[in-house]
Design a protein around this ligand. Structure first.
Ligand SMILES: [Zn+2]
Length: 116
């Protein structure tokens, strides 16, 4: 399995980056794990040196960052029929993003399969 196909250690998205569990600025040869771009950027220079601590940090960041999307109400089929095509596409797109971020936040809250 190549790095490009491994899931992000933190949120489960496509992990096509490598996160230094101990930031490079502290330890040049620290262990790296697959991470998605967003988790990798958010964790850069964060002084959390275990995967559970890094996941807990990300979970809180994502809950704040995507608060509006998370709080977006779900729409019924009937409600969606009553709006125009363009509006319906935007709502469906936002609901899709909501589903994805909720799955990522859930993964951040789960026990890691990597023992670090
Ligand atoms: Zn991630």
């Amino acid at each position: 399995m190549s790095n490009a196909t491994k899931p992000c250690t933190y949120c489960g998205e496509l992990g096509n980056h490598r996160d230094h569990v101990v930031p490079k600025s502290i330890h040049q040869n620290s262990v790296t794990v697959p991470a998605c771009a967003e988790c990798n950027i958010l964790l850069s220079n964060q002084l959390y040196v275990t995967i559970p601590d890094r996941k807990a940090y990300l979970k809180e960041v994502y809950k704040k960052r995507y608060k509006d999307l998370i709080n977006m109400p779900n729409w019924t089929e009937k409600e969606l029929e009553d709006v125009g095509d363009r509006m319906r596409q935007e709502i469906l797109s936002a609901l899709h993003r909501k589903t994805l971020i909720l799955a990522r936040i859930k993964t951040c809250g789960e026990r890691s399969k990597t023992f670090l």
